[in-house]
Design a protein around this ligand. Structure first.
Ligand code: ADP
Ligand code: MG
Length: 338
């Protein structure tokens, strides 16, 4: 989970907006909290009166620390790492947090017909994008076949809060939806503290609610798909939703003049290689948006759009063409375009 911020907050002044706070309310303030988690940064804005942000941030950091201790594959003794290291096929009872993420991962795996597969870890490591060392070379076919045999959601079961392996060396990597889950967790914690106007962002995954202190709706920008530059591509107003973007233009390696993405197609066992450069999803849940955006990245342009329409999703994609970048959005996404 390296640092990539593909959704950037628009700091430009934005005018004319409807649905504001009562304009005579000048006591409202915007508070910013920043920190680090999951190998990346977080930026959280809350709006209200006399918010004790020291206490709030302490609570948020505690939640995030717990999350990491439950499911980080970078922490050797995390709950998930211990499950991965174990060769036992006995079902084990897991924490509420890990259960929630595993359950959603399995649901999204089925929904996307295996495009999102949290057991893909050995392949991720094979291609050098995991917590293990980075080879920067193309693995042999033999190694690829042997590694694929260790991958597949059918080799993992989760029932009644119990997680079990069907083969000893299955490896679960939740990094594709853990950031999104972190965002949901923080948003829920903020709401539990009686705050209903906020923006939570962890490593580019975002969830927003309500209004800024000025009474305007929150604005978010989708970044231009460039590797060497940061520029705004499209401004969106997601309202009370989460926004996730998956794109392979920040993390990749090159070998023999070919670029290799950090997203693996579980069907081929190889990094994706097609014209889709980014997929943005707007959904109430950040974890779901996060997983779906990665899954649609795996599917490629045509399948992703068909999947989005079939499932009534708000999706915006950018694809490469001979004439530059081409954007397409589902009907449901259009309401959020600025
Ligand atoms: P993006 O923001 O581009 O979607 P994420 O960090 O959300 O990237 O997810 C990519 C990470 O998920 C990879 O670094 C890898 O660890 C893991 N991954 C790669 N391919 C898949 C896949 N098909 N299903 C699930 N996880 C994947
Ligand atoms: Mg993702």
């Amino acid at each position: 989970m390296q640092y990539r911020m593909k959704l950037v907050l628009v700091t430009l002044a934005v005018f004319v907006l409807s649905g504001c706070f009562p304009s005579n309310d000048l006591t409202r303030q915007e508070y910013l909290m920043q920190g680090k988690t999951m190998g990346t940064t977080y930026n959280i804005k809350v709006v209200g009166e006399h918010i004790d942000t020291v206490k709030l941030q302490q609570g948020i950091d505690d939640k995030l620390k717990q999350l990491n201790q439950e499911m980080s594959t970078y922490i050797k003794d995390s709950e998930l790492s211990r499950f991965n290291q174990s060769t036992s096929l006995e079902p084990i009872s897991v924490s509420t947090g890990l259960a929630r993420v595993v359950k959603e991962a399995i649901r999204l795996g089925a929904l996307t017909q295996g495009a999102l597969d949290v057991t893909v870890g050995p392949l991720v490591n094979l291609w050098g994008f995991g917590p293990e060392y980075r080879p920067e070379t193309v693995p042999s076919d033999e190694l690829l076949i042997a590694t694929k045999a260790r991958v597949g959601l059918d080799k993992l079961t989760f029932a009644n809060g119990m997680l079990a392996k069907k083969i000893p060396d299955i490896y679960v990597d939740l990094s594709t939806i853990a950031k999104g889950y972190g965002v949901d967790l923080v948003a829920e914690y903020i709401e539990d503290n009686g705050i209903n106007n906020y923006l939570v962002e962890i490593g580019g995954e975002m969830r927003l609610k309500g209004f800024k202190h000025t009474g305007e709706l929150w604005h978010v920008a989708i970044e231009k798909p460039l590797t060497n530059e940061r520029a705004v591509h499209q401004i969106i107003v997601p309202k009370d939703n989460a926004v996730a973007t998956s794109g392979d233009y920040r993390i990749y390696f090159e070998a023999d003049g070919q670029r290799f993405s950090h997203i693996i197609d579980p069907k081929t066992g190889k990094p994706i290689n097609h014209k889709l450069v980014s997929v943005t999803v707007i959904h109430p849940s950040s974890m779901t948006a996060d997983g779906l955006s990665t899954a649609m990245m795996v599917m490629g342009e045509e399948k992703a759009l068909a999947f989005a329409e079939e499932n009534d999703l708000a999706v915006y994609i950018i694809a490469k063409s001979d004439h530059g970048f081409v954007e397409q959005s589902t009907v449901k996404f259009m309401q959020y375009l600025k």
